[in-house]
Write a protein that binds this ligand. Structure first.
Ligand SMILES: Nc1ncnc2c1ncn2[C@@H]1O[C@H](COP(=O)(O)OP(=O)(O)OP(=O)(O)O)[C@@H](O)[C@H]1O
Length: 359
């Protein structure tokens, strides 16, 4: 085997997703609007069996990346293989290998659960009996058993999300894409869906690639996280390794307004304390191993006759990671969300990937 052929074979078999320089520029309608680089050249590798989260604020480029990787949107630059198939040369092959659950609900409210699953199975070329078997297994797995005759419009939000996932899995793909799977669900519905995703991943060894702007979701669910902002991947790693990049624990001390200045001075003298700031009667700073540094600080505050009204210590979370990488919190980033320059009328909210959809 010659070296180039071997290199190609390795890249195809070792990775579920391998993207290089993937980019998408939108030319928004309107004579004066500048083009939008929704995805500005990203490299992504995902190995079989990983559960990877794509985390970023609204407008970061997560959905656009997902739509490219699922063949729904043509990249303006870059290349990728997904499920071992070339995204541009073999989009049909990609579609056979993947399941895709878009944002919003992908079902018709007038159809029953059984009809939706049946139609999806047939679209993927499964025989009627194979579809029935698979649908029954998925209904069991995703807590939909007993709901087969219900109109999908009468299902709860969580049930409809689980039906969307069942439809994405009807053809037994090795790779499942989920776009913001728990948006719109209440806390109980979210926790329930997380359990189902974990279970499908653990029991079937399925590779899962999901987008989210919920920090807790990425933290609780994902083996590895890619952090995206302004169309670029700005960090990647396990939740723990990302948090370890943030130097120190966060401390917030409540003091009377007249003591803020003294407290800031004392904090400034504590070795290792950094990023000190004061607002709303709280002095905040970061410090490595807060539990060993705090007794000294409290003694110093006591000696200066500063009485503390509250004390909170937080281990770094993914929002601290985002803050340290971008200088703003994820929530602030979402407030500054850019407006979609051209809206496709919500059509993509109901889009599906099936083996026979034209490229
Ligand atoms: N069809 C389009 N035409 C023009 N601009 C677009 C189009 N689709 C997306 N964009 C822009 O591309 C950028 C990335 O959008 P995208 O939907 O990929 O972000 P996202 O991270 O998925 O956000 P969200 O979490 O809100 O879904 C945004 O600035 C958006 O306005």
């Amino acid at each position: 085997m010659n070296p180039p052929a071997r290199a190609q074979k390795e890249s195809v078999t070792d990775f579920m997703i391998r993207a290089k320089g993937l980019a998408r520029r939108f030319h928004a309608p309107g004579r004066r609007s500048a083009p939008v680089d929704a995805v500005a050249g990203v490299d992504i590798t995902v190995e079989p069996g990983e559960l990877v989260g794509f985390l970023g604020p609204n407008g970061a480029g997560k959905t656009t990346t997902l739509r490219m990787l699922t063949t729904l949107l043509r990249p303006t630059a870059g290349e990728a293989t997904v499920g071992g198939c070339d995204l541009l040369k073999d989009p049909r092959g990609v579609r056979r290998k993947i399941g895709y659950v878009a944002q919003g609900f992908g079902t018709s409210p007038e159809s029953t659960v059984a009809e939706e699953l049946h139609m999806q199975g047939r679209l993927y070329g499964l025989s009627a009996s194979a579809t029935r078997l698979r649908a029954a297994w998925l209904a069991e797995e995703l807590e939909l058993a007993g709901l087969e005759r219900r109109l999908t419009g009468t299902l709860s939000g969580g049930q409809r999300r689980r039906l969307d996932i069942a439809m994405g899995l009807i053809h037994t793909p090795g790779l499942l894409f989920l776009d913001e799977p728990t948006t719109g669900l209440d806390p109980q519905g979210r926790a329930n869906l997380w359990n189902h995703i974990r279970q499908l991943h653990a029991e079937n060894g399925m590779t899962v690639f999901l987008t989210t702007h919920y920090l807790d979701e990425a933290d609780a669910l994902c083996d590895r996280i890619l952090v995206m902002d302004h169309g670029r991947i700005i960090a990647e790693g396990t939740p723990d390794s990302l948090k370890a990049q943030v130097s120190g624990d966060g401390v917030a001390i409540g003091v009377a307004p007249c003591d803020i200045e003294t407290t800031m001075e004392i904090v400034g003298r504590i070795p290792g304390a950094q990023d000190a700031s004061a607002s709303a009667g709280l002095v905040r700073f970061r410090i490595p191993r807060a539990h060993t540094a705090l007794p000294e600080l409290l003694r110093a505050l006591d000696a200066a006759e500063v009485s503390t009204t509250s004390l909170h210590v937080n281990r770094p979370n993914l929002d601290d990671v985002f803050l340290s990488l971008t200088g703003r919190t994820l929530r602030d980033a979402e407030k500054g969300e850019s407006v979609r320059a051209s809206d496709s009328g919500g059509a993509e909210k109901r889009e599906k990937v099936t083996a026979d959809v034209p490229a």
